[in-house]
Every structure is written in structure tokens, then in C-alpha cells.
Ligand binder design. Structure first.
Ligand code: GDP
Ligand code: MG
Length: 686
């Protein structure tokens, strides 16, 4: 019997490798780890066309440049284990991206390669046409179209692999050609390598030369190991000379030049083999992306969109807000007039209606905010935002993918914390969860609207925008801090996918918006109702006289209540940040849910005054200044979001991290509010 053939499957993540591997090997699989690392290794032995085949599922990679463990493992396997054939599984519907790995595999010139153009069905439905023959010719490689999940084309693929394995090896004729200077350097090194290694190193000399010029440490070490210090050193010295020369010539690392030229080569290949009947849509998307993800204007545009979102939320939301407010006052008026004076009436009017009513008026704002988030998601702009943030996220050692939970956090922190599940690394997940609560959720919006609206007039929208921005900046700072201390680790390279832009369906937008609005309304009937009653009770007792009775100053009465007593106890904590005891109590109630803060403020500041804009007027005479309002907003932005978020963090991490998160965020909130208030006072802004 002929010898067993080893066939390795390589490809980008999600190109369908495992699907094809499973389809080929069925149940005859062995799952283990690659030596020394926790990357999964799958192997299976089968008999096909009378041949024994050993099939290996290599880790999914985007390149063979040894950045990540996956790339190191895959490259090492191909270089040192010498499989008979490597099948590169290519996602045909994403050809451009897949070709980088494919080109590197060819350049490696170490093994016989076949391209499986997988996802052929998807490419077809998307109207993408790939000229397989042309591709085979250009890269000098057999090309087979496959549909992995329907096992189509796999027999042909294996047949081709066996044929190729049996055929004599032939030198690589086509592939990337670099510019004159680089090619000259490759020539010199290649000749030298050929002379010195004489069978000691069985990698392709050209490829080895290229890697040396790219300053590839693994190859340098291998060279020293195989040739000994004297032989290896000579080559490495020559490499250094060549690299210096190229660096002077191009003012750029040779590795970067070579990567660029490889991409240039790929762009050329694509032009030759690719036609798209649905090209138009892709082109439109591409043109939009030229602007929206542009290096210079992309980010300002993104900031502008977010600013517009808050501005609109604030300004358009004002109208329905006034109607709801009018309705509530009308209703309160009726109750006032028709119910007899009693504690029950007080509970109903000043507890429940005042509390729940003061929050429900923000329903329009929250719906508008969710409408925008749905709009960003459905049009495809959300992935662009993540893409734009990728660079910034890398500053904190996370990739753009972590930004999606953060954007969701603008709506509500609970799903945002849960969305971090999609991150593979535990450290990435914890880090993302720790910084997500600084994304200001919609429940905090009413507080900003009240405070900014009262103290900053026409600039309210911009102030609120500034608060959100502060949250983002502090989350970046926090990420950076923890990445370099508690949660050390390197970020993995990751390619953001940019789906084509779509015109969103109005229906889908409305459903999204309403789904989240419903959650808000449900909270009204639950936690906020209970909270309002508790706050009312704490502020009404102990109380010897019924509400409305004359004689006792209402402010005096409030200060005597349980609430006032609690307020007195905690006031030393809030005094340095410019917040009086009433504000302090309101913030305390916010540990349960942020919506309660406004209703508590309503009870504590406005008391029984229920004319329109009562809270606003009361705040203006309460001694609060624009500066202390700003400090309060900063505090609200940063301190622990709410019970539900704490529970979510506990579920996704551990009690230890939850306590850590609570302590850190509340501490930071106090510190930042202190800086704002005291700093502003010193600067004479108070
Ligand atoms: P891997 O990361 O390369 O191992 O990719 P998987 O084998 O896990 O496949 C990713 C997804 O693509 C799975 O949901 C497969 O069912 C799907 N898939 C694989 N091959 C094809 C194909 O040819 N056409 C389509 N439409 N889907 C495929
Ligand atoms: Mg897989």
C-alpha cells in the first residue's frame, strides 16, 4: 500500500475549515492540543480513493506572519511537519481578505497547495463571479469550488490533493515580485543562504531571505540553531546590512514595504479574476466608506453623529415630554380636587404620581435614543464605528470588537455587559465589562436633562454630549490602567468586517425601539414605583401633621423626616463635591436604579409644588450652581450604574470583580466630581 498522505487544512477563521474537516472525517476524529499551547488540534484518519489520508484542521489565521499563537502554530506545522498537501480554504464571498494568507502560503514554497474556493453558494447569491481558471493560472495553483456545509466539491478536492501529492514537486513560478531594491537584497541573501545551509535548512531560500528582511525572529533563531553561531552570524550580519540599506532607501521598515506590495499584488489578482454583478451596491458602500471610515474625517464625522443623536434626543424629545407632563398635571389636578385630604391621597399624589410621573416624561427621549442606536445597527454604521474605534481600542489593548458592547451600553448597561460574552479571551471580557458602565446608559439621561436643562439653557445638548464623551475618555483611561496592571495581556490582531450599507427597514427600527421602550415602561411599574413609595415614606415620616397643613415650614418638615436624617449623615461625603444633602440622598437612591434619582429630586427639592417645571424652578433657588450641577452629572455618569447591572456583572464575572467594579467606579466618580467642583471653584467658575 502507498504511504499515508498528510493533508492540512488552512484558512481564515470562519472560512469553513471545520465544516469541511467534519464532513471529510466524520466521526473518525481525534481532538487534542498543539504541543505547549492551548490551541485546539483536530486530526482524523480516513480512507478515500484507496488511499490512507491523515487530515489536520490547522488553526484559523489571516496570515502566516507570526503575531498570534494561531499563526505561529500553523506556520510551524507547515514548515516543520511537512504535510504532503495544504488545502487553503478560502471564503469566496470574502476573496480579498482570504488572499493574503493564500499568497503567503504560495510564497512559502514549502508544500503543495490547493485552493478550495468555499462558500461558492454565498458568492453566487451575492452576485460575485470568480474566474477560478484565471486564479489557478495567476497563482499557479489548483483551484476547486466547494460548498462546505453541503459537502459539495469535496470529492474532487481530495482527488486533486492526491494527484498533487503524487506528482513531482515543481518550483514556484509565479507570485509576488517586490521592487528592484528588495528583489536585489533577496537575491544576495538567497545565494548566501543556499551556499551556507547546504541541506541543513530545508526551507525555500527565497522565502527565508524574505523573512530575514522582515526581521522575523523565529527564522533568525532557527538559522542560528541549524547553522551554529559562526555560519548563522554571517547571514544575519548580511541581513542587517541589507535592512539598513533598504531602510535608508525607503525611510520605512522593509516589512511594511513588502506587506504593501503583497496587497498591491492581491489587488491586481482581484482585478483579474473578480467580477460582481452586484458590484454596484458594493461600490456604493465602498464609496461611502471612503468618507465615513476615512483616516482624517471619519472620526470627526462619527463624533458629529453621536452629538447629533444627543442633540436630537434632547430637542425633539422636548415636545412630547411637555405633552406628557401636561397630562400628568391635569390628572394630578383632578385627584387634588376630588379626593379628600388623607395620607392615602398624599401617597398617591406626592408619592406615586410625582415619582413615577417625573420619570415617565422621559419616555420620548429614551425612545429617540434607542431609535438612533437601532439606526446605527441596521444601516451597518455600527461596525464602522467599531472599526474607527479600533485604533483607539488598541491603545487600551482591546480591539474594535469590544466597542460594540460599549455602544450598546449607551442604551442599557445590562445587555452591554452580556454582549461582552462574544470576546474570546477572559481578560478581554473582564476588561470590557469593567469599562462598559462608563458608557452612559439611557437611564442616566433624565438626570442630565434636568440638570443641564436647568443650568445650561441652550447649551444643554452640548453639555450632555460632553458628559458622554467624558465617559468614553475615562473608560479608555481605565482600560489602559488595568491592562498594564491587573489584566496584562497582548491584543490579538483582528480584522473588522464591514458589511455593505443597507437602507434600514422602518418596521425593524420601530420594533427595536419599542422593545427597549417596553423595558423602560416595565421598570416604571416595578422598581420605580416601589422606589417612589419608599422615598415618599422616608420623606413623609415621622410626621405629626397631615401634608398641606399650615404652620410648619415644608422645608423644616423635610429636614425632620427620616430622609432628612439620612441626608444629614451622608452629607459630609457629598459636601466636598458641591452636592447638598438632598442631592446626596437622590444619588444614594440611584444605586437601585438611576431613574429613581430624578423622582427623588422631585420629592426633595420641589416638595408638594406641582406646577409646571417645579423641579427646575426649585433647583434654581436651591443653592445649586452650574458648577455643582456639572459635578453631580459627572458623579452620575461614573458611579455604579444600578442593581441590575451589578447583578449582570456578578453573573458574567465573579463577586470579587463585581465588588472591585463598584468600589472603583464609585471612587472614581467621587474623585472626578471633586476635581470638577473644587477645580472649577478655584478657577472662579463657581
Ligand atoms: P472555521 O472557522 O473555518 O472552522 O469555519 P466553520 O467550519 O466553523 O464554518 C463557519 C460557518 O460557515 C458555519 O456556520 C458553516 O456552516 C458555514 N459554512 C461552511 N461552509 C459553507 C459554505 O460553503 N457555504 C455556506 N453558505 N456556509 C458555509
Ligand atoms: Mg474551526
Amino acid at each position: 500500500m502507498e504511504k499515508t498522505l498528510t493533508i492540512a487544512l488552512s484558512g481564515n477563521p470562519n472560512s469553513g475549515k471545520t465544516t469541511i474537516f467534519n464532513s471529510l472525517t466524520g466521526t473518525r476524529q481525534k481532538v487534542g492540543n498543539w504541543p505547549g499551547v492551548t490551541v485546539e488540534k483536530k486530526e482524523g484518519s480516513i480512507t478515500k480513493f484507496g488511499r490512507l489520508l491523515n487530515i489536520i484542521d490547522l488553526p484559523g489565521t489571516y496570515s502566516l506572519t507570526p503575531f498570534s499563537i494561531e499563526e505561529i502554530v500553523a506556520r510551524k506545522y507547515i514548515l516543520d511537519e511537512n504535510p504532503d498537501v495544504v488545502i487553503d480554504i478560502i471564503d469566496t464571498s470574502n476573496l480579498e481578505r482570504s488572499l493574503y494568507l493564500a499568497t503567503q502560503l504560495r510564497e512559502l514554497d514549502r508544500c503543495k497547495v490547493i485552493f478550495a474556493l468555499n462558500m461558492a453558494d454565498l458568492a453566487k447569491t451575492r452576485g460575485l463571479k470568480i474566474n477560478g481558471e484565471k486564479l489557478a493560472e495567476l497563482l499557479d495553483v489548483p483551484v476547486i469550488f466547494t460548498i462546505g456545509n453541503k459537502s459539495q466539491g469535496l470529492d474532487e478536492l481530495i482527488q486533486k490533493a492526491i494527484d498533487l501529492a503524487d506528482a513531482p514537486a515543481k518550483p514556484l513560478l509565479r507570485g509576488v515580485k517586490y521592487n528592484r531594491d528588495i528583489e536585489a537584497a533577496i537575491q544576495t541573501l538567497q545565494t548566501m543562504i543556499l551556499e551556507k545551509t547546504e541541506g541543513l535548512l530545508n526551507y525555500s531560500p527565497r522565502w527565508t531571505a524574505i523573512k530575514l528582511l522582515e526581521d522575523d525572529n523565529i527564522i533568525k533563531e532557527t538559522l542560528l540553531e541549524k547553522l551554529g553561531v559562526t555560519g548563522g552570524d554571517e547571514i544575519l550580519r548580511e541581513t542587517e546590512t541589507a535592512r539598513k540599506h533598504l531602510m535608508n532607501r525607503f525611510d520605512e521598515d522593509p516589512e511594511i514595504i513588502m506587506t504593501d506590495e503583497r496587497y498591491g499584488f492581491i489587488a491586481g489578482v482581484i482585478k483579474e479574476v473578480f467580477t460582481a454583478s452586484a458590484r454596484q451596491r458594493v461600490d456604493i458602500s465602498r464609496n461611502i466608506d471612503l468618507v465615513l471610515t476615512n483616516r482624517f474625517v471619519g472620526f470627526p464625522i462619527f463624533i458629529f453623529f453621536i452629538w447629533l443623536m444627543f442633540q436630537t434626543t434632547f430637542s425633539i424629545g422636548q415636545f412630547p415630554m411637555d405633552w406628557i407632563d401636561g397630562g400628568i398635571r391635569f390628572f394630578t389636578g383632578i385627584l387634588e380636587n376630588f379626593l379628600p385630604e388623607s395620607i392615602l391621597k398624599d401617597l398617591l399624589v406626592n408619592g406615586i404620581i410625582a415619582g413615577v410621573g417625573s420619570v415617565i416624561v422621559f419616555l420620548p427621549n429614551i425612545l429617540i435614543l434607542f431609535f438612533f442606536i437601532a439606526l446605527f445597527e441596521d444601516t451597518g454604521y455600527m461596525s464602522r464605528a467599531a472599526f474607527l474605534m479600533d485604533k483607539i481600542m488598541h491603545l487600551i489593548g482591546l480591539h474594535g470588537k469590544s466597542f460594540i458592547p460599549m455602544i450598546i451600553g449607551f442604551g442599557c448597561n445590562v445587555p452591554a455587559v452580556m454582549a461582552a460574552r462574544t470576546l474570546e479571551s477572559e481578560k478581554d471580557r473582564i476588561l470590557t465589562i469593567l469599562i462598559t458602565p462608563f458608557m452612559s446608559c439611557s437611564a442616566r439621561l433624565p438626570i442630565y436633562i434636568v440638570l443641564a436643562g436647568t443650568f445650561f439653557g441652550v447649551h444643554a445638548g452640548s453639555v450632555i454630549f460632553g458628559i458622554y464623551l467624558t465617559g468614553i475618555v475615562l473608560s479608555i483611561f481605565t482600560g489602559r490602567l488595568f491592562r498594564s496592571t491587573l489584566l496584562k495581556g497582548a491584543d490579538a490582531p483582528f480584522v473588522m468586517e464591514l458589511p455593505p450599507y443597507r437602507v434600514p427597514m422602518v418596521k425593524s427600527l420601530l420594533i427595536h425601539m419599542w422593545d427597549r421602550g417596553k423595558i423602560f415602561l416595565r421598570k416604571m411599574g416595578g422598581i420605580i414605583l416601589v422606589g417612589s413609595v419608599v422615598i415618599w415614606a422616608l420623606s413623609s415620616f415621622p410626621n405629626t401633621e397631615p401634608s398641606g397643613a399650615s404652620g410648619i415650614d415644608p422645608i423644616q418638615r423635610m429636614e425632620n423626616s427620616y430622609m432628612g436624617q439620612i441626608g444629614k449623615i451622608i452629607s459630609p461625603v457629598f459636601e466636598p463635591i458641591g452636592i447638598d444633602w438632598r442631592g446626596g440622598v437622590a444619588l444614594l437612591s440611584g444605586f437601585v436604579a438611576k431613574e429613581i434619582v430624578v423622582s427623588t429630586m422631585g420629592v426633595l427639592y420641589a416638595g408638594e409644588n406641582d406646577e409646571s417645571d417645579a423641579l427646575k424652578k426649585a433647583l434654581l433657588v436651591s443653592g445649586m450652581t452650574p458648577l455643582s450641577a456639572l459635578a453631580m452629572m459627572v458623579f452620575v455618569l461614573l458611579y455604579v450604574p444600578c442593581l441590575a447591572t451589578m447583578a449582570a456583572i456578578k453573573r458574567e464575572t465573579s463577586l470579587k470583580w463585581t465588588l472591585f467594579s463598584i468600589t472603583y467606579s464609585t471612587g472614581l466618580a467621587w474623585f472626578m466630581a471633586f476635581v470638577v467642583y473644587q477645580g472649577g471653584s478655584l478657577a472662579g467658575l463657581g
